[in-house]
Structures are given as C-alpha cells and as structure tokens.
Design a protein around this ligand. Structure first.
Ligand code: FES
Length: 162
C-alpha cells in the first residue's frame, strides 16, 4: 500500500476511532473513498492492525451488511432483493430486465448471489437476501436509496436519470 493511501486511511481511522459505531463509520467512509466503492482486503487488514481489532471481526462486519462490498463496483450500483416476499411480487422480472439490458462481466447464473458489473464499469447489479422492507416488495436499492413496489417501468425511469 502506498503512503498516500496509508495517510488517507489514517485520517479516516483517527476521525472515527473511539466513537459510537466506530468500525461501521470507518468502513463506510473507506468504501465511499474508494474509486470502485469497495473494501480491498489490504485496507481491511490495515484497519485491523491500526485499531487492534481482530481481522475476523472486521471481515464479519464487512460481509454482514449488504451495503459493503469486497468486490469492485461500477459507478452506479443497483441491488435487487431476492427474498421470498420480493420474489413473489416480481423481483425476478426486474432482475431479468437488468441482466438483459446491459453488457455485464461475471457469472449471471446464480440469481441468489449475483454480482455483475458492466464492462465499462458504469453499473453494478447485485442481489441481496432481504432488505427488511418486505411490506414494500419488490424492493430495489439504487446508489444507496431504497425504492419499494418497484416495476420495470419505474426502474427504466430511474435508470434514465442516472
Ligand atoms: S424479501 Fe425483499 S425486502 Fe424482504
């Protein structure tokens, strides 16, 4: 890791250290600061070393919350819920529309654990197990904003705004 990156991480760690929800805040800011909006393993290791936190704990947090990604993401990210309530209300249709509309890299066969990024790195489409907003099914998250009762037409409109 280069000096510039280390300094950036030191600043973020110092800002959050000791505060309420420190680790979550640190990881959120580190991911936002990354060009590809993800948490590289070497940066997680650095946080573990600097804060004296077990790497397994940091990894556990980074993999528990759907907001975090350990894989590079595109400029925009769409997460489609594939939980039971959303599936029943049509999330598969939404996902199929996305899969068929863009030129993605990656394995698109496992809808339950999908993570696809377009070749131009403009868009990532992923699936999550449940947002905990089942009453609003089908639920889709676009760049961190949650939308409920989503239809393909609604999604088309949102995509045109990106
Ligand atoms: S099943 Fe989609 S939000 Fe719960």
């Amino acid at each position: 890791m280069n000096t510039k990156k280390r300094e950036k991480l030191d600043k973020i760690i110092k800002k959050h250290e000791g505060g309420h929800g420190a680790l979550l805040g640190m990881l959120e800011e580190i991911q936002k600061a990354n060009r590809y909006k993800y948490l590289p393993q070497e940066e997680l290791s650095y946080v573990a070393q600097k804060t004296g936190t077990a790497y397994s704990e940091i990894y556990g947090v980074a993999t528990f919350y759907s907001f975090f990604s350990l894989i590079p993401q595109g400029d925009h990210c769409i997460s489609v819920c594939r939980g039971t309530a959303c599936h029943t209300k049509g999330s598969k249709k939404i996902l199929d529309y996305l899969k068929n509309s863009y030129d993605f890299e990656g394995d698109d066969t496992n809808d339950a654990k999908l993570f696809l990024t377009t070749k131009d790195r403009k868009l990532t489409v992923r699936t999550v197990a449940c947002f905990g907003q089942c009453a609003l099914a089908p639920v889709v998250e676009i760049d961190g904003d949650i939308y409920g009762n989503v239809t393909v037409d609604m999604l088309k409109e949102k995509l045109s705004e990106l």
